[in-house]
Write a protein that binds this ligand. Structure first.
Ligand code: TYD
Ligand code: MG
Length: 500
């Protein structure tokens, strides 16, 4: 009888151990290690026999390379993220939270390709055929000529696909439900996921079909299963959005055939996902312009400018350690902006709770949002609204200086297109710029703070008693010789004067 080699494999990173242990030393995960039949036992005998390799012909780097032909679905947002359509023979992984709309997107993509005459097969490992049919009916796509199967065995799927006429695209929903006869581990384990993915990669490369894998996402947003699947595939997309919003964003994290950090924006409607051609309009709709604590950030997502509202709320804290809550931005980056405001501009927020929200459920990764975040924070603290027709962008450095960011022209053009009249931008980035809106260059965060502060008392006076109360929260307390601020440094006691 063959010897059973078992090993212990971390289910989140794929690290292999000889004994069980509670914590994976490779990824730090707790209770992620489980016993599996060793991968070595599943390697085909031919590969273990030690046969000699075959020499391959080496090529020159120079030569003619044809651009990859593309399978275009006609869903513009999807095709753009894929780099202008799907590449035959490539394999993609789409990850996302449960219920975010992965299956919906892929049923729509399958139907769109089928309607353009491509042969598409949709394999569901999670839902029965009837459930997929119901979804197609709801989407009004039941007439599309898509081959449908509910199957979880990778060998059966490949036999089915290889049996008929050539297939252009295969959707596997999801890779975590797949299992292969060649390994003994339970379905859903790292070994099974990896082996099934390997079989499907081989199928894609051999037949030239484009294979799309759906992947589950763990609590902390990683695609579940071993990272190796991410390395095996040609592209990794994540489908994001939060349950409370209708917007869904498809983001390329890795793409061997196209740009990364390109996004596709969709809206989940009663009849499936519809494309959002102008995301800025969507993110700025229902904006509470003129309220203190909101700033419009002119950002870039890949090649596309996207305008989005940043909302900040700064309120005196009753807690020993004030709260810092961030939605849609990097919390470390917020800490940095708060530290710079404190150390370089005298804006003390150590005794305040700070809440920051990127409206519309968008996640921003750009440091260029620093300036807009700082403006929103200071505006909330002082109660002075920022001009409703201004956009902000610029990166803050630890010295308090504001640094130029890329693609300023594209950002300003988008702002002008959406009716904004002015922009607060880094003074270092003005060279070669032909601004379509009035620009207000700032060289440091202190200058920005001074600008907002200068408008605070006057606006507050114009706008009545409520704002007056909020506008100059602590200035009037303590010594009387503090005049309305002209420069930020005179504002050194905003915030925590009782602590000092
Ligand atoms: P689904 O594609 O099943 O999500 P996933 O495959 O990522 O788990 O989407 C499920 C959600 O989408 C569900 O909560 C209902 C909603 N939905 C709509 O709002 N409109 C629609 O037309 C469809 C098909 C789904
Ligand atoms: Mg699904």
């Amino acid at each position: 009888m063959a010897r059973r080699d078992t090993s212990f494999i971390c289910q989140s990173c794929g690290a292999v151990y000889t004994r069980w242990q509670g914590k994976c030393e490779a990824c730090g995960g707790w209770n992620t290690i489980s016993e599996e039949v060793a991968v070595a036992a599943s390697v085909p005998a031919a590969q273990r026999s030690g046969r000699k390799g075959r020499a391959v012909v080496l090529e020159k780097l120079e030569g003619t390379a044809k651009p990859a032909p593309r399978l275009v679905s006609g869903i513009g947002e999807l095709d753009r993220v894929a780099g202008g359509g799907f590449v035959p023979g490539s394999i993609l992984l789409i990850g996302g939270d449960p219920g975010i709309g992965k299956s919906t997107l892929l049923v729509q993509a399958s139907a769109a390709l089928a309607q353009r005459g491509q042969r598409v097969v949709y394999v569901s490992g999670e839902e029965a055929v009837d459930q997929v049919r119901l979804r197609a009916q709801r989407l009004g796509l039941e007439k599309a000529d898509v081959g449908l199967a509910a199957e979880t065995n990778a060998e059966n799927i490949i036999a089915t696909l290889s049996g008929g006429p050539p297939v252009h695209m295969v959707v596997i929903d999801s890779i975590q439900t797949m299992w292969s006869d060649s390994v003994e581990s339970a379905p859903g384990t790292v070994t099974q996921v990896r082996t099934s993915a390997q079989l499907l990669v081989r199928y894609a490369k051999q037949t030239g079909a484009c294979v799309i894998l759906v992947g589950h996402v763990t609590k902390d947003g990683q695609i579940a299963g071993p990272r190796v699947v991410e390395h095996m595939v040609d592209a990794v997309f994540s489908f994001e959005g939060d349950g409370g919003h209708q917007f869904r964003i498809l983001r390329a994290q890795k793409n061997r055939f196209g740009p990364t950090d390109e996004i596709g924006v969709f809206e989940m409607t009663g009849r499936g996902l519809s494309e959002v051609a102008n995301p800025s309009e969507l993110f700025l709709s229902n904006r509470d312009a003129g309220a203190p604590g909101t700033a419009v950030f002119a950002g870039m997502e890949g090649t596309r400018p996207v305008l989005v509202e940043i909302q900040a709320l700064v309120a005196p804290s009753s807690l020993g350690t004030p709260r810092r809550a961030v939605v849609g931005w990097d919390p470390n980056r917020l800490s940095m902006v708060l530290a710079v405001l404190d150390a370089r501009c005298g804006v003390r927020l150590g005794g305040h709770d700070v809440y920051l929200n990127v409206a519309g459920g968008l996640k921003i990764g750009e440091p260029a949002a620093d300036l807009a975040v700082a403006a929103a924070l200071v505006s909330s603290l002082t109660g002075a609204p920022l001009p409703a027709d201004a956009v902000h962008f610029g990166e803050a450095s630890l010295t308090g200086a504001v640094r130029p960011v890329s693609q300023a022209q594209a950002r300003l053009k988008e702002a002008a297109k959406l009716g904004f009249a002015s922009a607060v931008i880094p003074s270092g980035g003005l060279d070669g710029l032909d601004p379509p809106v009035t620009v207000r260059p700032v060289s440091s965060l202190a200058e920005l703070v001074a600008g907002i502060a200068a408008s605070a008392p006057r606006r507050a006076r114009d706008e009545g008693p409520r704002e007056t109360r909020n506008a100059a929260p602590r200035e009037t307390r303590g010594s009387n010789d503090r005049n309305p601020p002209q420069r930020a440094v005179q504002h050194a006691d905003w915030g925590d004067d009782e602590e000092r």
